[in-house]
Design a protein around this ligand. Structure first.
Ligand code: GLU
Length: 341
């Protein structure tokens, strides 16, 4: 099946089963789901478990249960199948190896003898890791006698960003954040893609989003720093760049991002405490300004209605690489709301 052949917009939610889902993850799923449903789009669920030492299958199963309890449903996913499966990344490893080989064959990557630990760390999504980090110093950039292949299964391949020149500058219109410009040479430099059987998050997510025909990436603000690198990968693969929308994160009373370590806010704990899903949805919607704190119960479909009402606001058409990318909810209607206690 040709992704996107139907013309239907395609969204996904992609949890990593290393910890239980917390209320912030629940809100992200509801927003992604409602954004999809508000435009009649398809919604896929993909389990991102390439970090096989930290991922646990029982947490993936629990995530599906928690999301259903919250009122989120999906058209495609590990439990329901679909035309673009499998929907579990650990079952897609050969695809990432093929993607890496394709980039290698086209001379877009080089082998880097950095430690295994660097590849390991890059298997997880880099939530808010950008900023203050120096770009890759280019230690392993190819020289005449430099490394052509990985020694003893160590290190990984890097995308040769520096050689892209000005093409390493990414400009896009994020549907929540507005215009974004990033020169990846300055922010990251040549970034890691992993090695055979050990892809990084960046390689796996773009390989899958292209293969699954994803047209809309709606996810938390903490992943915004990955977008420019991912756009470079879309271009390298010749894939259509999706619309990006990075929504505000739910924060705690101190204004800090919620952490999965904060067990009290796990969806499973709220379920055990007999909280009604409608009450949680009401609080989540209020926390991001969809309705007032006086709303006691909300249905999942109330998110669809509320998102329809708030966007898209006026202003210029959002674009990605100069192409229209409109139809999302605009940033102005949202704010970082403290999680109400
Ligand atoms: N799997 C990532 C996470 O756990 C999300 C990836 C994405 O949405 O691009 O946050």
């Amino acid at each position: 099946m040709n992704p996107g052949a139907s013309g239907q917009r395609r969204f996904r939610y992609a949890p990593t089963p290393t910890r239980e889902l917390h209320v912030g993850n629940g809100l992200a799923a509801l927003i992604g789901w409602a954004a999809a449903r508000s435009v009649g789009g398809a919604f896929a669920l993909r389990i991102e478990d390439i970090d096989r030492t930290r991922s646990r299958p029982e947490l993936a199963a629990a995530a599906l249960d928690d999301l259903r309890w919250l009122g989120v449903d999906w058209d495609e996913g590990p439990d329901v199948g679909g035309a673009f499966g499998p929907y579990v990344q650990s079952e897609r490893m050969a695809r990432y190896d093929a993607a890496l080989a394709e980039l290698d064959a086209r001379g877009l990557v080089y082998a880097c003898q950095c430690s295994r630990a660097d590849v390991r760390a890059a298997m997880s999504a880099p939530h808010l890791q950008l900023g203050g980090e120096a770009p890759y110093a280019g230690t392993c950039r190819p020289t005449h006698d430099g490394p052509r292949a990985l020694a003893e299964d160590r290190g990984g391949y890097r995308l040769d960003v520096v050689s892209l020149g000005d093409a390493a500058v990414v400009q896009l219109e994020d549907a929540w954040l507005g215009p974004v410009t990033e020169d990846v040479r300055e922010t990251c430099g040549d970034f890691l893609l992993g090695r055979p059987d050990a892809p990084t998050y960046q390689l796996a997510v773009v390989t899958d989003d292209i293969a699954m025909g994803i047209t809309d990436v709606v996810r938390g603000h903490d992943l915004a720093g990955s977008t420019a690198r991912q756009v470079l990968l879309y271009r390298a693969f010749g894939g259509a760049v999706p619309r990006f929308a990075h929504h505000p994160l739910l924060v705690d009373e101190q204004g800090q991002k919620l952490s999965k370590r904060d067990g009290a806010l796990a969806l499973s704990e709220l379920r055990k405490s007999q909280m009604a899903p409608g009450e949680l949805r009401a609080r989540l919607g209020a926390a991001v300004g969809l309705w007032g704190a006086d709303v006691r119960r909300a249905a999942a479909r109330d998110f669809i209605e509320a998102l329809r009402e708030v966007g898209p606001a006026g202003g210029p058409e959002p674009t990605v690489d100069g192409r229209p990318a409109s139809g999302e909810i605009r940033a102005g209607a949202w704010h970082d709301g403290a999680w109400p206690t």
